[in-house]
Design a protein around this ligand. Structure first.
Ligand code: ZN
Length: 260
């Protein structure tokens, strides 16, 4: 019933057991898993916290944009999980019974808000999808008792500073649109914006973004203009350096720590 980009249509054919994840309760989002029978035990441990994740993300990003959410675990191994509309596909290798891929469970769920409900106008803007989904991994970690977003941002920054700095987020080119550096730097943009805006304005900005563009398409320019509306200090220079530059800007957050 929602506008859907053609690349977000997924079809999976196989023998699956269907399980309900959590109890949606009145007004909650029904969440199902479609799993090969022999992976059910590991799956139920690995995806046990997804209903909690759904609650946290609805609090941070706004109401879940679709009627339901399903995950499929295929018999095959997949390089990476893939998001589809109201659905995510994981490979058998993403299930280990030890929550080894939980950050990816968060990543794919977050794409329902960032990428699916709000889609990009063309592939140059892919960092908007992947940066937001990467930052959602960090937020889930922070909210579920793992490393904080600040610690994860610092680790990402360390990693990027050791890699070639020739990738431009705003136009990565066809070959680099799924480069790991685009994900990490994209996550850092969100963290930089959070540090600049403060938590209250930052999450208001994120929820507003989802609400305003639900069922529509967006661009990098629309995002930077949207962020500017929630900032009390100018953010142009900051966004310019992170999104349109190639050199890695300093780790965000130092100012926030200094001022409390
Ligand atoms: Zn992704």
């Amino acid at each position: 019933s929602a506008p859907t980009s053609s690349y977000l249509v997924g079809l999976v054919i196989g023998k699956y057991q269907t399980v309900l994840l959590g109890d949606p309760g009145p007004g909650g989002v029904p969440q199902h898993g479609h799993i090969p029978a022999h992976l059910l035990g590991d799956f139920s441990r690995d995806f046990a916290r997804q209903p909690q994740m759904m609650e946290v993300f609805q609090e941070l990003f706004g109401p879940y944009p679709f009627d339901e959410y399903a995950v499929v675990v295929t018999e095959e191994e997949l390089d990476v999980p893939v998001e589809a509309q109201g659905l995510s596909l994981f490979g058998a290798n993403h299930v280990d019974g030890a929550r080894g891929s939980e950050r990816l469970v968060a990543h794919e769920l977050a794409h329902q808000w960032f990428g699916n409900s709000v889609s990009i106008a063309d592939w140059r803007h892919i960092w908007l999808n992947e940066g937001c989904a990467k930052y959602a991994e960090w937020l889930w970690s922070e909210r579920s008792g793992g490393r904080t977003a600040e610690q994860l941002a610092s680790a990402a920054h360390r990693l990027l500073s050791s890699l070639p700095q020739d990738l431009r987020l705003s136009d990565p080119g066809r070959k680099s649109m799924f480069d790991d550096r685009l994900y990490e730097r994209g996550g850092l943009v969100l963290h930089a914006v959070r540090c600049a805006l403060g938590d209250i304005a930052f999450f208001r900005m994120l929820r507003g973004w989802g609400q305003l563009h639900r069922g529509g398409t967006v661009t990098t320019a629309a995002f930077t203009a949207h962020v500017a509306r929630f900032a009390t200090e100018p953010v142009d220079e900051l966004l310019q350096a992170w999104i349109h530059g190639t050199t890695l800007p300093p780790l965000p957050g130092a100012e926030r720590r200094a001022t409390g």
